[in-house]
Design a protein around this ligand. Structure first.
Ligand code: TXA
Ligand code: MG
Length: 322
């Protein structure tokens, strides 16, 4: 059920759980300080109970009262990069009202999103919003209201439809716990170079750890996967001769191959337009699952070393079946 900002605010005050648009992916949101509502997020998503939730604020000023002492560079970094598609792992005050959202951790990930509709909602309410991506645990994130409705529509109290997410991949997560070092825990649209530029006058090391795996609780779980099994192939010649399969490729591939009618081709866009590939990626996974094919095959590609290229490679690696 689609709802207005006004309705969204009322539902949240009553402890409800709704889907919200962000520029990265849709979130499944509730009052971050309401324990019961937080538990409902876990139920709805079927999310492992030890996997903490990102908390969304309209400004860093709103977040500050929740934080304990953080490194000096944080203020400057946050002011240059937000509102925007980036999140910060920071120390939380003891006995914080956000501890249900952080699962008891003494650290919280904060995010100040730039989606206008969401910012309006955040300014209307007096609490931050805990919001993991709006998808059943393990699946790819939703980037349109329709995708949320299809996956979770009957379990939630409404969807605030803010159109397709413009970036299409989850926020970059920065570990800002150390005073002289920042670790990129999850690659996204904000990259190492952006951070280095913001901190060009300071002596802070930025580490591109390119995987959240060893570092955050959520990383041990499966991520970003469609229901259809996806296998990687080197070229179109490697598709096994079975019926009813799909190929995930790029518009450039279409020029060099001819497909027989048993094979459905899903174009992820042009390799020369990676921001577009990123913004469409999860929508294409949604299309793939709707095809109900036996298997899908992804033609291996090198996306290079650009920030968005690395973020795309990271998500594709996670969604492959092994
Ligand atoms: O773009 C995004 O970040 C989206 C939108 C909705 O804001 N949110 C999102 O949330 O991707 P989620 O829950 O799908 O991914 C957040 C990741 C998870 O791997 C989780 O384990 C980790 O961040 N995380 C959240 N809070 C944490 C904390 N306090 N300490 C360590 N890891 C945390
Ligand atoms: Mg997620």
């Amino acid at each position: 059920m689609k709802i207005s900002i006004e309705e969204a605010s009322k539902i949240l005050y009553k402890g409800g759980v709704i889907a919200i648009p962000t520029e990265t992916v849709y979130g499944l949101a509730a009052d971050a300080t309401n324990k019961k509502s937080i538990e409902r997020i876990y139920e709805i998503k079927n999310r492992p109970a030890d996997n903490p939730l990102i908390c969304h604020f309209h400004s860093f000023d709103q977040a500050k009262p929740f934080l304990s002492i953080y490194p000096k560079y944080v203020e400057s970094l946050v002011s240059q990069l937000t509102p925007g598609p980036v999140s910060f792992l920071l120390p939380l005050k003891t006995r914080s009202s956000l501890q249900a959202a952080t699962r008891g951790s003494s650290h919280v990930i904060i995010r100040i999103p730039m989606h206008e509709m969401l910012l309006k909602l955040l300014k209307k309410i007096t609490f931050p919003l805990a919001a993991p991506s709006a998808n059943t645990s393990g699946r790819f994130s939703a980037t349109t209201a329709e995708m949320v409705e299809a996956d979770l529509g009957n379990k939630i109290d409404g969807v605030l439809d803010g159109g397709p997410s413009s970036i299409g991949l989850e926020s970059t997560i920065l570990d800002c716990r150390k005073s002289d070092e920042i670790k990129i825990l999850r690659p996204g649209a904000i990259g190492k170079e952006d951070i280095e530029w913001c901190l060009r006058n300071e002596n802070i090391k930025v580490i591109d750890s390119l995987s959240i795996e060893q570092t955050t609780p959520g990383s041990k779980y499966k991520h970003y996967s469609p229901a259809t099994q996806v296998f990687q192939i080197q070229s179109i010649k490697d598709i096994p001769l079975i019926k009813n399969v799909a190929v995930l490729g790029f518009s450039e591939d279409l020029k060099t191959i001819s497909l027989d009618e048993n094979i459905k081709f899903i174009s992820l866009g042009s390799q020369n337009n990676l921001p577009e590939v990123a913004s469409l990626l999860y929508r294409k996974m949604f299309e793939l699952d709707a095809l109900k094919v036996t298997n899908a095959y992804l033609i291996k590609k090198d996306f290079g070393n650009s920030t968005i290229g690395k973020a795309i490679s990271n998500r594709l690696e996670h969604m492959l079946s092994r």
